[in-house]
Design a protein. Structure first.
Length: 189
């Protein structure tokens, strides 16, 4: 299922596949979900269930992974995550197109945040975009999906076995960027 060059990689950044140009576009999420609360210890500030309006588009494709403005997973992908990380809590997010009868239920996973970016990672000038990721596996341990800690943007890291489980279940709209891994190196702030 994975391209041949990705098969020997163990960790990836998970994001929306940019080829899906008709994926849902959020209209009113600010004021409903504060990205600073999408972490363990603060997620109680986010309602258990939210309705978010999306831009009306009769051609909307409800992909299984939405990465912006924050990570949302379809039910099938969330089920995979809970198989590997049973302690993960999530919030139910209903995406609603007010002008057409389209709506879809997603899940906002509250993932562990791990400080594991190693030296060798590369950024743009203001350190807001990670252009090359190198992660230290020691702080990661056996965590299969998590977010990079202390970042300006949300970066979700997924292990290859979780990713393959999602793809085997027919997940679509899944984009990945390979990460290099090291052991024992100092983590870069």
């Amino acid at each position: 299922i994975l391209p041949m060059e990705a098969r020997n990689m163990n960790y990836f950044l998970l994001h929306s596949d940019p080829r899906y140009v008709d994926s849902p576009e959020f209209l009113d999420w600010r004021g409903k979900i504060d990205p600073r609360n999408i972490r363990p210890g603060a997620s109680h500030k986010i309602a258990r269930r939210q309705i978010l309006n999306i831009r009306s588009n009769p051609h909307t494709v409800f992909v299984d992974v939405i990465s912006s403005p924050f990570l949302l997973l379809s039910k099938k992908c969330m089920e995979v995550v809970t198989l590997y990380e049973p302690q993960v809590i999530s919030k139910q997010i209903i995406l609603l197109d007010m002008e057409t009868p389209q709506r879809e239920t997603y899940y906002l996973p509250i993932l562990k945040q791990i400080h594991c970016l190693a030296e060798g990672s590369e950024w743009n000038l203001d350190r807001s975009v990670l252009s090359k990721g190198v992660i230290n596996l020691e702080p990661v341990g056996d965590t299969s999906i998590f977010q990079l800690a202390d970042m300006k943007n949300i970066y979700t890291v997924i292990r290859v076995d979780v990713l393959e489980s999602m793809l085997k279940r027919g997940a679509r709209g899944v984009g990945i960027t390979p990460l290099q891994t090291v052991k024992g190196e100092k983590c870069d702030g």
